[in-house]
Design a protein around this ligand. Structure first.
Ligand code: C5P
Length: 308
């Protein structure tokens, strides 16, 4: 329990890898219809919330957070404000966020901040909101926020926010090559649209809904990294490589050094390599680090947003 003035509530939420992502038609709100398989991975954002009269955020963590906005445009602040608005809470919150998910890396770090903030503020303010109410606020904040809230393994459709759980066995091992630049998610989606326009590909008319391939679901159910490696797919990879051609070399380097397969994570620029076991993960980590890439390891699936 918390009592105003002295209490701190600590919540944690995970980053994600889209092990499969197919992008469909542009929807009326400008978002794209998509079908994705999300896996929550063991890089967590840690949010500590303390009572305050207004809304503020500060960042720390294993990565450089100096470029992050701390004003009302920050997604964590938006999350806290949205919860206060919806529940009629009249006070504010001070948020301390320890970031471990790469920033603007395509791994849902901002979404995890928002998910953990919702949970932390809900507890701090004792709002009594139901899980469905929190999920509805999460979906308004961003397409990936509901998934960070629920975690595990899930299929996302619509904007990516309509979730259904997927069966998954065991743990998958990932080696992540981080870029020293960020990529804009809208920019990568726009590049995909430009590519489709250029090639007059009207392959996703409004009535054609993308879906997740059956072999992805089968690989997740079996917990088999070799099967999953064969099934990895991301429609955003080609447009992201077009915008940042250097990522092609990173993918090649990983695949030459023991990765089962590599895939751009979300809209990038983080490249996620799936490996067979912990030994291969270590070998790949060493090889990529020797090429001066920043590398972190993660396993998935892991739980969603939680109070600590
Ligand atoms: O919801 P989120 O803020 O994560 O989305 C960032 C941007 O990515 C959107 O503004 C949109 O340009 C693009 N996007 C999209 N279709 C989706 C998800 C995201 O076009 N399903």
């Amino acid at each position: 329990m918390t009592s105003a003035g002295t209490s701190v509530v600590h919540a944690r939420a995970p980053g994600k890898i889209n092990v499969f992502l197919k992008v469909g038609a542009v929807l009326e709100d400008g978002y794209h219809d998509l079908a994705t398989a999300y896996q929550a991975v063991s890089l967590f954002e840690e949010v500590r919330a303390t009572p305050a009269s207004d809304f503020s955020v500060e960042f720390s963590g294993s990565i450089d957070t100096s470029g992050l906005a701390t004003d009302g445009s920050n997604l964590a602040i938006k999350a806290a404000r949205a919860l206060a608005r919806k529940t009629g809470y009249r006070g504010g919150v001070h948020l301390e966020i320890e970031k471990n998910v790469p920033i603007a890396g395509g791994m849902g770090g901002g979404s995890a901040d928002a998910a953990a903030t919702l949970l932390a503020c809900d507890a701090l303010w004792a709002t009594g909101a139901t899980k469905d109410e929190l999920l509805a606020i999460a979906a308004e904040l961003g397409a990936d926020v509901p998934f960070s809230f629920t975690g595990g393994t899930a299929i996302g459709t619509g904007r990516g926010d309509r979730l259904s759980p997927a069966l998954a066995k065991g743990k998958f091992q990932w080696v992540l090559a981080l870029a020293d630049f960020g990529m804009s998610t809208p920019g990568v989606f726009q590049e995909l649209d430009r590519h489709r326009d250029r090639h007059a590909q009207d392959i996703y008319p409004a009535q054609h809904q993308p879906s997740v391939d059956a072999n992805v679901l089968q690989a997740l159910r079996a917990g088999d990294p070799h099967m999953l490696a064969d099934a990895l797919h991301n429609d955003l990879q080609a447009p992201a490589l077009h915008l940042a051609p250097g990522l092609g070399k990173v993918l090649q380097l990983g695949e030459e050094n023991g990765a089962l397969a590599g895939i751009l994570s979300g809209s990038g620029p983080t490249v996620a390599f799936l490996v067979a076991d912990a030994d291969s993960a270590l070998e790949l980590q060493v090889a990529l680090s020797a090429s001066r890439l920043r590398v972190v390891r993660a396993t998935g699936p892991v739980h969603g947003a939680r109070l600590i």
